[in-house]
Design a protein around this ligand. Structure first.
Ligand code: R5P
Length: 281
């Protein structure tokens, strides 16, 4: 078995290969003069783990090309981050179910698929091959455990994120809650933990994705007003668009960290061990 990856997932893929005690397939990536993507994979094995986060449209096309290039092999697909997964239903007439459209692309060339903290697990049913989702909640909890925080409160930004936050909190036996939004007037909204008090303690807001960082930045300012000593933000998938990292720091957040499902300077925890364990099972 060998591991092969798209350009955007090289570091995570190499970590998976190390954990599986195997090697990477060397791939040359380039473009034709008209912008079309091209790649050439080196020596393939008869069994391959194909790793590629769908972070943008080019990454998706590169992943499809990679799967095709691995035609001679029996392939296991790893989608560390699946873009388009948030459009998991038709919210308005005329919209696509984008998650279904993307999952349906993996009909040929792969035996099975592993996703990581996919935004909505119900999306797994759209894959034409057996698909399993793994969670990095425990890994994130272990990462928080190294931060030296005293009695932290782990907060999901909304009730949908509570299960993930509970998984993170369980790793350290910490308190856990989710933020609740109350509309005070036409223009004023209050965000506070639903049940617990954030005063005089550090707070870590955890979510599957930080995209613009808008929700967490607003929440952080309010948590400081409510007496939190320090606010941190952690996510699995650091999408971090439009200056999100700086926006979060400007809101007073002490530290922003994510996993390597999207490779960032603030990738502080790795999905490699959990993915390797899922591949072995
Ligand atoms: C959405 O439901 C996700 O779980 C995240 O909460 C969302 O993508 C975060 O968006 P933003 O960072 O733009 O506030």
């Amino acid at each position: 078995m060998k591991v092969i990856s798209t350009e955007k997932s090289q570091i995570l893929a190499a970590r998976i290969a190390t954990t599986l005690n195997t090697t990477m397939v060397d791939v040359k990536f380039s473009r034709f003069p008209d912008g079309e993507l091209y790649l050439e994979a080196g020596g393939l094995d008869d069994e391959t783990v194909i790793v590629g986060s769908v972070t943008d449209n080019d990454a998706l096309v590169q992943l499809l090309l990679l799967i095709d290039a691995c035609e001679v092999s029996q392939n296991h697909l790893v989608l560390p981050y699946m873009g388009y997964a948030r459009q998991d239903k038709r919210f308005r007439d005329g919209e696509p179910i984008s998650a279904r459209a993307i999952a349906g692309l993996f009909r040929n060339g792969v035996e099975d698929c592993i996703t990581v903290n996919i935004h909505e697990p119900a999306v797994l049913k759209y894959f034409p091959v057996p698909a399993t989702n793994i969670s990095l909640a425990g890994d994130m909890g272990a990462c928080i455990g190294t931060m030296g925080l005293s009695n932290p409160l782990i907060l999901g930004p909304d009730d949908g994120a509570l299960a993930f936050a509970q998984g993170v909190a369980a790793a350290g036996g910490w308190d856990c809650d989710h933020l609740e939004k109350t509309r005070l007037s036409g223009v004023e909204v209050k965000m506070a933990p639903k049940k617990l008090c954030a005063a005089s303690r550090p707070v870590v807001i955890v979510d599957d994705i930080i995209s613009t960082g808008g929700t967490i930045a607003t929440a952080a300012k309010m948590l400081y007003q409510q007496g939190a000593t320090d606010v941190y933000a952690g996510c699995v998938h650091g999408v971090l668009i439009g200056g999100a990292y700086v926006h979060l720091k400007a809101s007073g957040i002490r530290d922003v960290f994510c996993s390597d499902t999207i490779e960032r300077g603030c990738s502080r925890l790795s999905a490699a061990a959990s993915i390797a364990a899922a591949l072995r099972s």
